[in-house]
Design a protein around this ligand. Structure first.
Ligand code: HEC
Ligand code: HEC
Length: 420
């Protein structure tokens, strides 16, 4: 795997070396332009230890034939970002003025292990006080931070996933400790390594469906989410950091898979304005809210659906609602034993969307915003319906044009991201 990745780096190098001015000229023109120079060469910062004065500038030049980035944090607290990751294409230069006192670490977030130290204090050591502080801060490579930002925003993962107490996605599994769990899953599925399981989860989610869930994972490398290779790598590094070892070398993305094109959209001649009208006319809005997350509704809120689901999935949810019923929208009947102190009492039933079914309790959403918690001791049986509560006859009621208009409208629903 490692050899393969290195080869990818070497190949473009051959082409670039043919440009005579590529290395020499651009670099030497910069040499005299600004303070000290740090060259990014052979996946290293050169020099990797630099003393500066507050007010000095530092010039970074990428002399490798592939891209790097420069990301500077305070060594004592990597959460304090002095300079956010800035991409340098081959031959690019950036000049960074240094205004703060202290010891800093510079990373390339693309390449694990590529880092250096910058100091304004005359030493490359932390003060005793800082050392004590560091001990209490968990240090992670910066690519993890990039992945984290993507996960909770642009990559839309939070729409369906939680991580412990953070987030409220219910459609997909809680990803707590996924970095650790992936190793176990990989063993079970006969995959080589934990990371292979993570990669597979993103590129071929249908290859293995986590028990208890449905095949609802978005195709994250195609529109509308459309993550690039770098973004996928960062997101996977973030997943690795959840209880596993962060190792970007192990992330081997199948380029062929990434290059598969989205299916041709037969509904592309829809009109979203007309679709919006149809949405009201046929009563979709009696069950679905748009633009009012968490508002009263007895079906999923659709405010952001167009930001993470593609037209294939949207069309299927209209044409065949039973095909895939989101985990939190499965309808269930819960049977309860009669209350013990009342000898006349009969068995009771509670119906609604099944939100939790654990050894401790069963939770049912019986009406909008009304979650009923049922103690396990009283529950005798939980029957989960395989049928969706969404009407299945739209295929007969709607014309092809109305269907196209509706899907086009749903694709435009990309409301604002949650505040995290
Ligand atoms: C539209 C909902 C949805 C979105 C968006 C989504 N996922 Fe998922 N994800 C699921 C569902 C449902 C499953 C479980 C079914 C399966 O295994 O494919 C799942 C499974 C997973 C798994 C395997 C979990 C395990 O416990 O083994 C990982 C890892 C994962 N998703 C990561 C991501 C990441 C990272 C993103 C964002 C780039 C993302 N998902 C976006 C719905 C989603
Ligand atoms: C009687 C209530 C009801 C009506 C009316 C209704 N739906 Fe639904 N809809 C649901 C429920 C419940 C679900 C979740 C279960 C499922 O996925 O099948 C759902 C799921 C969906 C989904 C998938 C959303 C997700 O996050 O899983 C879409 C898209 C959708 N409906 C669109 C529509 C459109 C468009 C109309 C009008 C043509 C409509 N619905 C009419 C109840 C309804």
């Amino acid at each position: 795997m490692r050899l393969f990745t290195r080869l990818l780096y070497v190949l473009p190098a051959v082409g670039l070396l043919l440009l005579p001015e590529f290395f020499g000229l651009r670099a030497s023109a910069q040499d005299s332009a600004a303070g000290q120079i740090i060259r990014l060469r052979s996946i290293e910062f050169n020099p990797d230890r630099v003393l500066v004065q507050v007010g000095d500038t530092l010039t970074f030049i990428n002399q490798d034939p592939f891209k790097h980035d420069v990301y500077i944090v305070r060594t004592a607290d990597p959460n304090v970002v002095i300079y956010p990751a800035n991409t340098l294409m081959p031959g690019d230069t950036i000049v960074i003025p240094f205004r703060e006192q202290g010891l800093f670490t510079v990373y390339c977030t693309i390449h694990g292990g590529m880092k250096g130290k910058i100091s304004t204090t005359g030493f490359f050591e932390l003060t005793e006080e800082e050392k004590r502080k560091v001990a209490s801060v968990k240090v992670l490579p910066p690519i993890v931070k990039t992945g984290e930002t993507l996960f909770w925003d642009k990559a839309q993962c939070y729409q369906c996933h939680r991580i412990g107490e953070r987030g409220e996605g219910l459609r997909g599994p809680d990803l707590t400790d996924i970095g650790f769990r992936a190793r176990i899953q990989a063993q079970k599925l006969g995959l080589d390594a934990a990371t292979e399981y993570l990669v597979q989860s993103l590129l071929e989610p249908e290859a293995y469906i986590v028990e208890g869930y449905t095949n609802a994972m978005a195709t994250v490398f195609q529109p509308p989410i459309d993550l690039s290779t770098d973004e996928l790598t960062a997101v996977i590094a973030y997943l690795q950091s959840q209880g596993g070892e962060v190792d970007t070398w192990a992330i081997n993305l199948n380029q062929e898979k990434l290059a598969t094109l989205p299916a041709m959209n037969p509904f592309r001649r829809g009109d979203s304005e007309r679709g919006k009208a149809v949405f009201q006319e046929v009563g979709c809005n009696s069950c679905h809210t748009v633009g009012a997350r968490k508002a009263v509704s007895i079906g999923p809120d659709l405010t952001q659906i167009g930001a993470y689901q593609n037209w294939t999935w949207l069309a299927e949810s209209l044409l065949d609602p039973n095909a895939e019923i989101g985990k939190e929208w499965q309808y269930a009947t819960v049977y309860l034993a009669p209350e013990e102190d009342d000898e006349w009492a009969l068995e009771e039933l509670v119906e609604g969307f099944l939100r939790k079914n654990t050894d401790a309790e069963v939770e049912i959403l019986v009406a909008p915003e009304r979650l009923e918690r049922l103690p396990r001791e009283r529950v005798t049986r939980v029957e989960v319906s395989e049928l969706s509560k969404m009407p299945v006859n739209y295929v007969e009621i709607l014309s092809f044009q109305q269907m196209a208009d509706l899907i086009t409208y749903l694709q435009t629903l990309k409301g604002h991201a949650l505040d995290n």
